[in-house]
Design a binder for this molecule. Structure first.
Ligand SMILES: NC(=O)c1ccc[n+]([C@@H]2O[C@H](COP(=O)([O-])OP(=O)(O)OC[C@H]3O[C@@H](n4cnc5c(N)ncnc54)[C@H](OP(=O)(O)O)[C@@H]3O)[C@@H](O)[C@H]2O)c1
Length: 357
């Protein structure tokens, strides 16, 4: 069987758009077209084997179907007509808008191939167009529909990237969803969903891509780097944000520990903590409890510039992207974005040391 993966830039665009269309339709299938085509070709024969054979054969067939993406990639002989693309490559989760998109633009301007991962196909397409406009000659931008709360989805992202690019240098774990609510109105399911997207999704992403980064050790070019766009709420406790802060603190512990472990293996780990970003995060933020309306309107007042402190404490996506980009380029370990937030962090640290916080 021959699987054709488009090799040219233009073809990649149509490939990605077709793949994204699976998400828009009722049957959600975020896989790239070549994989869907492979599935269409292989599924009947594998299922037929299962149908005429024993239940054992059915299980074998089902297992083969589940494992096929990895096997296709690993076999090397089955994925034909793929021309892997050279040049430093950055993979960014949550790259369809906000900070992730602004960061994708910076890497595109710097001569990277850029892989954009997020769930929404429409916003991904817009981000792709923005990156195309600033991309350096010979570089690619590749939008890949991906939900980081699904390990299968991350595996498909990895398979897609590994088939297309030879030199993954930077992985930015940026996707995130905000949740606000008093503790008693924040359910165990809320905690689980916050952990899934703001913590475990990044752990799974790193587990998938770390071997790609480790492979670059010793090669010329940018230092292989994992960058976490975390939060001020990972360093300082915030009221009515127990689930969000718990997940972000967990991510901080993971990042700090991972940095120690990977230092000797040639992979840098950077963490960036934004304060309050003037992004569209409100559209997917989750509000809990009876005071949710008040908190939401207070946030609106702040973000829409109607509060006296708006300009002081809110940050543009470009400002946060700049900080993350610098952290990667200059191998900084941890950056808190904005003087007010650095000051609050210091005050909190002093207060804690004195037993006051
Ligand atoms: N906004 C703030 O005030 C603030 C403050 C501190 C820290 N942060 C953190 O900074 C990061 C960026 O924030 P932002 O305000 O720029 O975010 P944003 O504008 O809300 O964008 C979030 C991005 O993440 C994607 N995303 C969400 N859930 C996802 C999932 N399960 N799988 C894949 N992609 C997913 C979104 O696309 P889809 O929904 O289409 O998937 C979107 O591209 C986040 O980690 C956030 O927690 C934000």
């Amino acid at each position: 069987m021959q699987i054709r993966v488009p090799a040219t830039h233009g073809a990649v665009r149509s490939w990605s758009r077709t793949a994204a269309s699976h998400i828009r339709g009722s049957a959600v299938d975020p896989r790239p077209t070549w994989l869907v085509q492979a599935d269409t070709a292989l599924t009947p024969s594998l299922l037929a084997v299962g149908a005429i054979g024993s239940p054992l054969l059915s299980r074998v067939a089902a297992k083969a179907l589940r494992r096929r993406p990895t096997q296709l990639r690993a076999s090397g002989t089955r994925v034909r007509d793929v021309v892997p693309h050279g040049g430093p490559t950055v993979v960014i989760s949550g790259a369809s808008q906000g900070t992730g998109r602004a960061l994708a633009l910076k890497f595109a301007q710097d001569g990277y191939n850029v892989v954009l991962a997020a769930r929404g196909a429409e916003a991904l397409r817009e981000a792709e167009d923005c990156c195309q406009a600033v991309l350096k000659p010979g570089r690619l931008v590749l939008p890949v529909p991906c939900d980081i709360t699904s390990p299968d989805s991350i595996q498909l992202l990895l398979d897609t990237v590994a088939a297309r690019f030879t030199d993954v240098r930077v992985v930015v774990c940026n996707a995130g969803v905000c949740m606000t609510g008093d503790f008693l109105n924040t359910s165990p399911e809320d905690f689980q969903s916050q952990l899934n997207v703001n913590f475990l999704g990044h752990v799974t992403t790193v587990r998938a891509f770390l071997p790609e980064l480790l492979r670059q050790k010793g090669r010329s070019g940018p230092v292989p780097t994992i960058c976490f766009v975390n939060s001020f709420g990972a360093r300082v406790p915030l009221p009515d944000m127990t689930a969000y802060c718990a997940a972000k603190y967990a991510l901080q512990g993971f990042a700090d520990s991972l940095r120690l472990e990977l230092a000797a293996r040639g992979v840098h780990v950077a963490t960036v903590h934004p304060g309050v970003i003037r992004s569209d995060f409100r559209t997917r933020a989750q509000w809990r409890g009876t005071a949710a309306g008040n908190r939401k309107s207070a946030m609106d007042t702040l973000l829409d510039g109607q509060s006296p402190v708006s300009s002081l404490v809110t940050q543009s996506v470009e400002e946060v992207a700049e900080a993350a980009y610098d952290a990667v380029k200059t191998q900084q370990s941890e950056v808190v974005v904005g003087l007010p937030f650095r000051t609050m962090l210091t005050a909190y640290g002093v207060g804690k040391a004195l037993g006051l916080a």
